[in-house]
Every structure is written in C-alpha cells, then in structure tokens.
Design a protein around this ligand. Structure first.
Ligand code: SIN
Ligand code: CO
Length: 412
C-alpha cells in the first residue's frame, strides 16, 4: 500500500539551452525530435507510454509523483481575472466561462465535469518549464499550455481541434479514444463543438507520465477515470492563410503612413480627351502599377514584418503591470549589466532574420547595435544573462529595452 504522505509533486526540469535534436528522447518514446518531426508532426498520432519516466520510476519505489500543480492551486488560478478558464459539464452538456469562485465549482470527486485553464505557462513556473521541452518547434507555432482537471467521467466530448497538441497525463488516468474519420460534422443541438458521428478506431488508458500527440483534425475524446485527473495540453496554432495575409495587409497599410512619396496627389497632365469617360483612366492604372512595384507589394518580404508582428501579439487576456517605481534609464542599464533580464511570462518574442518583434512591435527598428543584439538574445534564449558592452549612444527613453521594461513586458 502506498501512503498518501509519501507522494511528491513532480518537478519538471527546464530543458537545456541547446536541445539535442538528433538524440533519442524518452519524451518521444526513444526517437529524436528530428525523427518525430519527420514521421509524426502534423501527420499522424503517436502514443508514448512513460514519456516522463520519472512517474513510473517513482511509482515503483512506492513514492508516487503527483502533478506539479495541486488541485487546490488550479482552482485558485481559475478564480483569477487574468486566467482564461472554462467549466464543461456532461450529462447534460453545459458550458460556462470563468473566473470561478472555488465554491461555485464541483467537488473533485463529483462526476462528469472538467475545468480547463488556458495559458498556464503565465501562471505557474512548472508549466513554463514543460513548454521549454518543445522549443524545437518554432515559437511562432506555439499557442499555450492548457491544464484540465476533471472529476470521474469528466471530458469535453468527442471533438477535433485545428491544433497540433501534446496531451500529457499528469494526474489520475484518462481513457482516450481517437479516430481519423473524415466526417467531422458537429452536433447542431449542443452548446459545445461535439461530433455527431464519432467512430472510435483506437483507444488507450493514459497513466501519469504518458503522452499522446495528435495532429489537427483527428477526432478524439478523453474521459477522466479518476477524481482530480489532470491532462496538460501543449497546443500549437496554425492560423489560416487568410488570417496571416489579412493581418500582414493591415500592418502594411499602416506602415505606408510614413512615406512622403505617397502623400503626393495623382497627376494626369497627359490625359487625352476620352470617348469612354466611365472607365477608370489607363494613366491612373499605370501609375498605381508603378507605385506597387516600387513598394514591392507583390513580394512576400514586404508582408513578413507585419506577419511576424501579428504572430508576436500576446494573448488577448494578457495583463502587463508596469514597475511601480521604475528605475531611471541610467540605473536600468547599470542593473542590466549585473542581473538576468527576462520576458514576462505573457510576453511573446519572435525574430525575422535580425529584426525582433515583441508583443506586436518591431523593437529593433532604429535601435543601437547593442540593443539589437540584446533583443536577439532575448528572442533566441528567452533570457538576457547580462548586457554585453555599453548601451551605445541611445541614452534616452526611445530605447526599446527600457520601454519594454517600463511597460512590464520585460522583467528582472
Ligand atoms: C482535456 O484536457 O480534457 C481536453 C483536451 C482536448 O481534448 O483537447
Ligand atoms: Co481536443
């Protein structure tokens, strides 16, 4: 018999900075991230028993591991305004959005409910550490880490996602059933996106430490077998082409503001008398064609900064608190030389070549070489060990590192 007091929370390690991409990983059942990407990513499901071997080893030595986050802590997080949480109850299906007071949630042993909390990497360091294991997949693809906690029989019903997802079992057991069926029609009578014809093809019971990878559009249903069942989902978004191009276009349109050449008015001193006055003049069409060519509007490189800016936008419910007593710009740079500087957990940073985008802004434009290099390090390593060299001539509030600090985007 295992005594409850002997159980310990699992403490996930942070992944090393340079991930061994060609080496076998237990997380993928003994294949390398390179092999995983080639064979499974965005292609087919993969079940990995004991993806986190610590759980099985601990169970053998009679000291079972529990989830890094207790049920109590999860319920507290679900009560925060800054957390995106949903409660789903089955039999009959119902859905409500948080924040939730603890008293308004079912007891952990009550049947047929599940609580889902998105963006957990911003609320608990263990979730952020688990995300670090997946940094061989481009940051632009990452959505977040969602944690679900459920009572026996709890689940969200048979459905499909348009995300790639790694479902890590962290507490209790969950019965997963999946199908590669083509019919993804939803039941129109239900308040949730639930498939009307779910035809199970494969099923497994996942225990703590097991993981199931699903590419988009695989029908799936996971039902909690134990009270307090926790599944941690590492989700990867893939926006539609329409979304990417529209978002790129909005930002491109805004960037035309600063071009004096475009402020000039259309001029047609060469216009001849026309017998087809209703037609848009050929001269206007020609001049627009020339302008578009000069602006390289037919080339992807023109759109990519807007797309990178869009993909670096933080989640809608992200809240950044500016420092209460901000350092002066001089004191800030002194501190940067001595202390590690980090992105706030809700900050997103992406690179496009040497340009760096943070929370929707190009933060390397018109900055000194030192500041640009600091941003590149922040983007690649998600931390800045210390500022190398001087901060250069940019000694003012226009310095984007200082601005990101005063906005609460970057923190010591
Ligand atoms: C869950 O964790 O209960 C649901 C995750 C999913 O099916 O996407
Ligand atoms: Co799902």
């Amino acid at each position: 018999m295992t005594s409850f007091y002997l159980s310990n929370p699992y403490e996930p390690p942070r992944a090393p900075e340079n991930l061994p991409l060609d080496q076998p990983w237990a997380l993928f059942g003994g294949i390398s991230p390179q092999k995983f990407m080639k064979t499974y990513w965005h292609k087919k499901p993969l079940l990995i028993k004991s993806a986190i071997p610590a759980f099985r080893l601990a169970a053998k030595s009679q000291k079972p591991l529990t989830s890094p986050i207790s049920a109590d802590t999860l319920l507290k997080i679900a009560n925060k305004d800054s957390a995106e949480s949903r409660l789903i109850q089955a039999k009959p299906w119902s859905f409500s959005e948080g924040p939730f007071k603890k008293k308004s949630l079912p007891e952990i042993t009550d049947p047929h409910w599940t609580l889902l909390i998105q963006g957990m990497e911003a609320h608990h360091p263990a979730a952020a550490k688990i995300l670090s294991w997946f940094r061989f997949i481009p940051d632009a693809r990452l959505d977040d880490l969602m944690v679900s906690i459920a009572g026996p029989g709890g689940g969200v019903g048979p459905h499909f996602d348009s995300y790639d997802v790694f479902l890590i079992q962290m507490a209790g057991r969950r019965h997963w059933r999946i199908s590669e069926q083509k019919d993804l029609s939803l039941n129109p009578k239900l308040p949730l996106k639930i498939l009307q014809n779910f035809k199970v093809e494969k099923e497994w019971v996942l225990e703590p430490g097991d993981m199931l990878y699903l590419p988009p559009h695989i029908a799936h249903d996971g039902i909690a077998l134990d009270a307090g069942c926790q599944t941690w989902s590492v989700g990867f978004r893939s926006p539609s082409y329409k979304e990417l191009i529209q978002e790129g276009l909005w930002r491109l349109a805004e960037s035309l503001e600063g071009i004096p050449e475009l402020e000039r008015h259309f001029a047609d001193p060469m216009q001849e008398a026309s017998a087809k006055a209703e037609q848009l003049p050929a001269e206007l069409i020609k001049q627009i064609e020339d302008k578009l060519k000069n602006l390289k509007l037919d080339q992807a490189v023109t759109f990519l900064p807007g797309i990178a800016a869009y993909l670096s936008e933080p989640k809608q419910q992200a809240i950044f608190n500016p420092p209460k007593n901000p350092l002066s710009v001089d004191a800030f740079f002194e501190r940067l030389k001595r202390e590690v500087f980090l992105p706030h957990p809700q900050t997103r940073i992406l690179s496009l070549g040497k340009a760096v985008f943070c929370n929707g802004e190009n933060v390397t434009e018109n900055q000194t070489k030192e500041v640009q290099a600091a941003w590149s390090t922040l983007s690649a390593k998600k931390r800045l060990p210390s500022l190398k060299g001087s901060r250069g001539p940019s000694n003012t509030d226009d310095n984007s590192l200082y601005m990101a600090y005063t906005a609460g985007w970057l923190i010591f």
